[in-house]
Design a protein around this ligand. Structure first.
Ligand SMILES: [Zn+2]
Length: 130
């Protein structure tokens, strides 16, 4: 699995995900606990939070769906963060890994490595034998 170092764009992307989370987290009912941001290859950033419900939808789905609805198809990097108080990067769940693999297997995903250091890996490497 190839690993990539974070650059200034990645730090901006994390800040964007944290900002959308802080703007939309609902205290008391603990809704919208994950923020996400995706950088498209054209430089445009889309963001979103998870939507709660019986089946719910992860922030990654909301964010990629928003970008796709705007006509985007080429994605560079994605990150998700949790929660308003703890502010840490979280890896995509299995369902999101499958979605990322199908839409953009080469998108880079910001995750923590075994030592807690932020790195980027390709979505296809997060779901071997998909
Ligand atoms: Zn997910």
């Amino acid at each position: 699995m190839e690993r990539y170092e974070l650059n200034d764009n990645d730090k901006m992307l994390i800040d964007t995900a944290l900002a959308v989370l802080k703007e939309n987290f609902d205290d008391g009912i603990y809704n919208h606990t994950v923020g996400c941001a995706v950088l498209c290859k054209n430089g445009i950033v889309y963001k979103g939070v998870n939507c709660d419900g019986i089946h719910g939808s992860c922030a990654e789905y909301i964010t990629i769906g928003s970008a796709i609805s705007a006509g985007e198809r080429d994605f560079d990097t994605i990150v998700a963060v949790h929660d308003k108080y703890l502010n840490y990067v979280i890896p995509p769940c299995g369902n999101c890994r499958q979605m990322l693999f199908e839409y953009c297997p080469d998108i880079k995903v910001i995750v923590n490595d075994e030592n807690g250091k932020l790195i980027k890996v390709k979505a296809k490497d997060l779901l071997p034998f998909a």
